[in-house]
Ligand binder design. Structure first.
Ligand SMILES: *Cc1c(COP(=O)(O)O)cnc(C)c1O
Length: 400
């Protein structure tokens, strides 16, 4: 029988679950886009966006998804033929590299595989070799959403400084912002990219760039920049329309306003980070408990310090991950994430990965519920697993 009627739970790493308050804030007639409440409200959003990224620098808002944010960052950073060093720990790093290549940037990828973070020592060594200073910027995902590896951004900055290299540091925080601790200015990041639909709990459709005064200065002549992507007028608009290079994304902005209020003014960013940390640890404990009875079940990232707090990639042995995802969605109303970019589609191993998202508007009953449904699915499907998974997850939550 199916027990899927009731409120479904989309536990995929974006779009994330949206608070009803965010949905309600968007449910209104179109506002005047030239004067009045909307421009006034946007003036409150911009400082809050700086706060959520931990920067006093500039912020530019784009109508677009994360891929648009990637392209915005690249076009503002580079001139054709300039060089990017991309530190990849999974599919999203590789895709950002491809986006840069497609725009005419010369791209060098340092590939750290699919279950380990960038090694700062290797980054430092590579930058020391670049005596001519050809590398204009280092690009890295804070959390690679496919592998769920988390980079040590301060350590990468320290490696760049130790090498005495002038490259800018650009970080993709699309999966992590509003989930994992992130401090752009304290960590010495020059450009941060994010989007609305993950930790920021708003529908897909907004991308954000934060950039330091140093990046603004160093990239003044970037010739890949086009009028639409140009971060300058968006960050320092003289007229309201310039903030969005056209019509404002009216309803997304009302939703975002509500989400930022919930994150910054009500729960508070440190508490938001702590909640994601605790829920992530509950998921890790469950997987480790199941793995105790079946070595094929394990976390993709062995080192807890290198695991993202917003989403967790799990290995189960093919075809169990795909079977389990189908079961949880059709029998219990929980949709888990596919194992993106971990194996190719032709490889039967591709059915051996899944991802559990715990990003954004998620609380203990949602995460424990998803884990309990996974355990029920393993029982129903005869997937061998250790007995202690749920108990271990509950203990993590109980310690809260
Ligand atoms: C989701 C995500 C993207 C892509 O965002 P889209 O909105 O799907 O274009 C890029 N990078 C990371 C780290 C992500 O999590």
């Amino acid at each position: 029988m199916s027990l899927d009627r009731g409120r479904p739970y989309l536990a995929i790493p974006g779009p994330s679950v949206m608070p009803d308050r965010v949905l309600a804030a968007m449910h209104r007639p179109s506002p005047n886009i030239y004067a009045g409440a909307l421009p006034d409200m946007v003036e409150t959003i911009r400082p809050d966006l700086r706060e959520v990224a931990g920067t006093a620098g500039h912020v530019a808002i784009y109508i677009g998804n994360g891929h648009a944010g990637w392209e915005a960052a690249i076009t503002n950073l580079f001139s054709r033929g300039e060089k990017a060093l991309v530190l990849a720990s999974g599919q999203f790093g590789l895709s950002w590299a491809n986006a840069a290549r497609g725009l005419g940037v010369e791209v060098e990828v340092m590939d750290f595989g699919r279950s380990a973070a960038a090694d700062p020592a290797r980054v430092e060594a590579r930058l020391r070799e670049d005596r001519a200073g050809e590398i204009k910027a280092v690009l890295v995902c804070h959390v690679d959403t496919a592998s769920t590896v988390r980079a040590d951004v301060p350590a990468i900055r320290a490696a760049m400084d130790a090498a005495g290299h002038p490259a800018l540091l650009a970080v993709d925080c699309i999966a992590s912002l509003g989930c994992d601790e992130y401090r752009m200015d304290d960590w010495g990041v020059d450009v941060t990219v994010a989007a609305s639909q993950k930790g920021l709990m708003t529908p897909p459709g907004l991308a954000f760039l934060w950039f330091s005064p140093r990046a603004a200065e160093r990239c003044r002549g970037a010739d890949l920049r086009t009028p639409h992507w140009n971060w300058g007028p968006r960050a320092e608009a003289e007229e309201f329309w310039q903030l969005f290079h056209g019509t404002a994304p009216t309803h997304h902005l009302y939703g975002l306003r509500e989400a930022l209020t919930m994150i910054l003014r009500e729960e508070g960013l440190p508490a938001v980070w702590a909640r994601h940390e605790r829920l992530a640890r509950a998921v890790w404990a469950a997987v480790e408990g199941w793995g105790a009875g079946n070595p094929a079940i394990r976390l993709n990232v062995a080192d807890p310090g290198q695991r993202g707090r917003a989403v967790t990639s799990v290995l189960m042995g093919a075809p169990h991950a795909t079977r389990l995802r189908e079961w949880t969605e059709t029998r219990a109303g929980v949709t888990l994430g596919i194992g993106l970019g971990m194996n190719s589609a032709e490889d039967p191993g591709a059915d051996g990965f899944l991802r559990v998202a715990h990003m954004g508007h998620v609380n203990a009953h949602m995460t424990l519920g998803a884990l309990a449904v996974m355990e029920a699915g393993m029982i129903a499907l005869g997937i061998p697993h250790g007995e202690g998974g749920l108990r271990a997850a509950a203990e993590v939550v109980a310690g809260a």
